[in-house]
Design a protein around this ligand. Structure first.
Ligand code: C2E
Ligand code: CA
Ligand code: CA
Length: 792
């Protein structure tokens, strides 16, 4: 999971958790606050309601008192006392009209008064007034009358009368007030109880406060339930109502307790919109806050942490594909800068270790390959031209052999330093540019030149490199005549893959060597053709080995005096190549360089030894057989063992076998090859130094070689009679005589040559004068005529 994904996965839940728990506590607090404010609000309203009720009761009291103590009422009561009203219709009418007027006035100021009545002590209604219509048929409810009858004396005894709340037929709560009254006592005088004929004044009023306020409350507080029960008992005082409130879970319960009524008001706050809205609001704000916080934090982390890391990553990635390193040292102390710098330091360290050649400080082979690969890619992208210079030092091995490895190493270091200076561009010297100069192995170097304007520039640089070595290189006071051979391949003209460029530069370098060293060679069509031919030869050799189509021919070796055959030299033929005019002098060196030679040598040896056994058993042949082997066999530890096995297998004595090794291949002879030669000799066979005279071996050195026979090279024989003086061959024979070595002269084509050699004391001869190399099936016929068993 990437860091940004991780950020998303971890940050969001964390923020949600934190914000929502905070929101939960906030909600709890706010809900509590809301509830308390609901409670106090409702308590206030209820208190207000109760006060209003009290006022109303008070107004009703004073209204009844005003009504009853008015002169008209007293007059009316007085008239009642004296029964005037029953006797005098007019008086009654005037009195009643007066009272109607007063009642009307009262009702106008207090519209809730629905009825004012005067009854006798026995509750016989004398007068009912109320409303504008005197004939509206208002009556005092019978149950009230009954109630008054039952509580008659209590009413009379109470100075303020009896108060009662009740529900009328419609369920509406009404207030009733009754008090005793008489025409000759002051209102509220309790001695009225002793009066035999007093009256009751009754007032009935709507309780407006309940009627109006309750629906309003209900509207304001949804979820409000109000339960009012009026007490059936009347009360004689209007003492204070008791208001209490408490919580039952989330329900607010307010109770009003009064002598006239009990009310229970419940508010289920959980369902109150103020609270449910609060829940929603808090949840929504929490969500918004969480998202905002998340966005903000991610933005900060993205900008401050991830982006710098991603920047470093991008630099690292682009550095992988481009030639130049996109990472730069950062001048900051933060962790990302430290990471960046640490990476660079580590990179530099590893780069130093992995890409440089520790001896010269140049790039090593691996780094060189990467470089080259990049140049190839760039050449194809940009259409530019680069050149690969493949440099091989000539004669370097001699420095190592004669002056020791330390001196050799020092020489390489000096050369490397000069090489860098020679190819370095004149302008800025960047450390990385050294990568264009590499040491590939031992004394092999490579230089890559980029953006070449023309191939001539590569040639010029190559010449400058050759000039470094013009006067040799001086190390520790010794001047070493070391030179270079340089092969040049152009990119992309001379190849578009790493392998082909390397091969072509290498081939050009070999061409330079072949042309005499101390020179450079541009890869060209001739070299390309030679390479193609070489590849064809390799393929043919491989195939010939697999299909066993090689053939052997045998060239007789002749005794100079008797002209009898004393041996044969075995020579290989490859018919598939022969038809193209390619003989062993061409294909054997190729077999050597591509590693096929070991298998070829073993094939020839086995074939030759089995032939020798055949000749020995069938023809009592006791001459020798000479087989050419590559000097590479001297590096092959298994070779002596393999040979021995062949002798055993074919029951042939080793002494009949001569192994021919060319002198030139022994030029660089060392202890290891000497040991190998001795091991071979120890098998009992004889060693012959082929092409003697071409290798310029110092004669005294030659004597330390465990060789038995020298084969004088054909070139010396051919010179006999052609050149004016034969001094070379004369000298060779003088020396041979001195060291008492056996000599075979080969390539004798004329009697003149044969006679001259005879006269020099040459005992064995070989050449077309005597016989061409014979095919296998011609040997036996040859032996019939040219072989006499030799004395032991
Ligand atoms: P070499 O060992 O010096 O072989 C002698 C070469 O001289 C042979 O060439 C032979 O055919 C040729 N020759 C002999 N007499 C005359 C003559 O009178 N006049 C002229 N002009 N040439 C004469 P060939 O067979 O082409 O072999 C060339 C070289 O290939 C050999 O040189 C040897 O170095 C190598 N070679 C041949 N056969 C083998 C083999 O089986 N194994 C290995 N390792 N090398 C072989
Ligand atoms: Ca030979
Ligand atoms: Ca030879």
């Amino acid at each position: 999971m990437s860091l940004s994904q991780r950020l998303l996965v971890m940050l969001l839940p964390t923020i949600l958790l934190v914000v929502f728990s905070a929101a939960w506590f906030t909600y709890l607090g706010l809900a509590q606050l809301t509830r308390t404010s609901l409670q106090s609000g409702l308590e206030q309203e209820v208190g207000f309601l109760v006060r209003q009720m009290k006022e109303e009761v008070k107004y009703s009291h004073s209204a009844l008192a005003r009504f009853l103590s008015s002169a008209q009422s007293i007059r009316y009561l007085n008239a009642l006392d004296y029964d005037e009203l029953n006797t005098d219709e007019f008086t009654r009418y005037t009195h009643e009209m007066d009272l109607h007027r007063i009642a009307g006035r009262l009702q106008r100021s207090q519209p809730n008064i629905s009825l004012i009545a005067i009854t006798t002590k026995a509750l016989q209604t004398k007068l009912v007034v109320g409303g504008q219509d005197p004939f509206s048929g208002l009556t005092v409810p019978n149950w009230l009358k009954k109630h008054l009858l039952n509580t008659q004396s209590a009413v009379a005894n109470s100075p303020s009368g009896m108060n009662l709340l009740y529900r009328d037929n419609n369920g509406e709560i009404k207030f009733a007030l009754a008090r005793a009254v008489s025409s000759h006592l002051l209102l509220g005088d309790t001695s009225i109880a002793n009066d035999p004929d007093y009256f009751f004044g009754i007032i009935i009023a709507d309780v407006t406060s309940i009627k109006d306020t309750l629906p309003k409350l209900k509207q304001r507080y949804e979820q409000l339930s109000i339960d009012i029960s009026v007490s059936s008992d009347a009360s004689f005082d209007t003492s204070e109502a008791k208001i209490t409130s408490h919580w039952r879970d989330a329900t607010l319960v307010i109770k009003i307790e009064h002598a006239l009524m009990q009310a229970k008001i419940e508010l289920e706050t959980a369902k109150v919109s103020a609270i449910t809205d609060l829940q929603q609001q808090v949840a929504l704000s929490a969500l918004a806050l969480a998202l905002l916080t998340f966005l903000l934090i991610s933005l900060i982390i993205q900008k401050q942490v991830l982006a710098p890391i991603q920047g470093v990553l991008a630099d690292i990635n682009s550095s992988k594909t481009s030639e130049t390193l996109s990472l730069r040292y950062k001048n900051s102390r933060n962790e990302v800068a430290q990471l960046n710098n640490g990476y660079l330091e580590l990179f530099d360290l590893l780069y130093e270790q992995a890409e440089t050649d520790s001896l010269t400080g140049l790039s090593n082979r691996q780094s060189f390959h990467q470089q080259l690969q990049r140049h190839i890619a760039r050449a194809s992208q940009e259409g530019s031209t680069s050149a690969l210079l493949y440099i091989d030092l000539d004669n370097f091995k001699r420095v190592n052999d004669h002056y020791g490895h330390n001196e050799g190493d020092r020489l390489l270091q000096l050369f490397a330093a000069k090489l860098v200076n020679t190819v370095r561009p004149n302008d800025t010297v960047v450390k990385r540019d050294q990568r264009h100069v590499s040491r590939l192995a031992g004394d092999e170097f490579a230089v890559i030149l980029n953006n070449l304007r023309s191939p001539e520039i590569a040639a010029k640089v190559a010449q400058r490199i050759l000039d470094i070595l013009k006067n040799g290189i001086e190390v520790n006071g010794h001047n070493h005549p070391v030179h270079a051979s340089i092969g040049i391949a152009l990119i992309p003209q001379d190849g578009e893959s790493l392998e082909s460029i390397l091969n072509h530069a290498d081939a050009a370098m070999y061409q330079a060597k072949k042309r005499g060293r101390n020179r450079f060679q541009l890869f060209n069509e001739d070299i390309a053709r030679a390479m193609r031919e070489r590849a064809m030869i390799e393929d043919t050799l491989e195939l010939s080995l697999q299909e066993q189509t090689f053939q052997l021919v045998y060239q007789p070796v002749i005794d100079a005096d008797t002209l009898q055959t004393v041996g044969f030299e075995v020579l290989i033929r490859c018919p598939a190549l022969q038809s193209k005019g390619i003989g062993p002098d061409r294909f054997i060196p190729i077999a050597e360089s591509c590693g096929l030679i070991k298998r070829i040598d073993m094939w020839v040896l086995e074939r030759a030894i089995s032939k020798l056994e055949q000749l020995q058993t069938r023809h009592q042949f006791n001459g020798s057989i000479a087989v050419n082997v590559s000097a590479m066999e001297l590096q092959n530890d298994q070779f002596p063992q393999q040979l021995k096995a062949l002798f055993g297998k074919y029951h042939v004595q080793a002494k009949y076998l001569e192994l021919e090794i060319t002198e030139t291949s022994l030029v660089d002879i060392n202890e290891k090859t000497l040991l190998a030669l001795n091991k071979l000799k120890a098998l009992g066979l004889r060693l012959s130094l082929d092409d003697f005279g071409t290798g310029y071996t110092a004669f005294n050195q030659l004597m330390s070689f465990p060789v038995d026979i020298l084969k004088i090279d054909r070139s010396f024989v051919q010179a006999i009679g052609e050149a004016t003086d034969n001094s070379m061959i004369d000298i060779i024979f003088t020396l041979i005589e001195h060291y008492q070595l056996e000599v075979i002269a080969e390539g004798i084509e004329t009697e003149l040559q044969a006679n001259y050699l005879r006269q020099l004391g040459c005992k064995k001869m070989q050449g077309y004068l005597f016989s061409q190399p014979l095919p296998e099936n011609a040997i036996e016929a040859w032996l019939e005529n040219h072989f006499k068993r030799l004395e032991a």
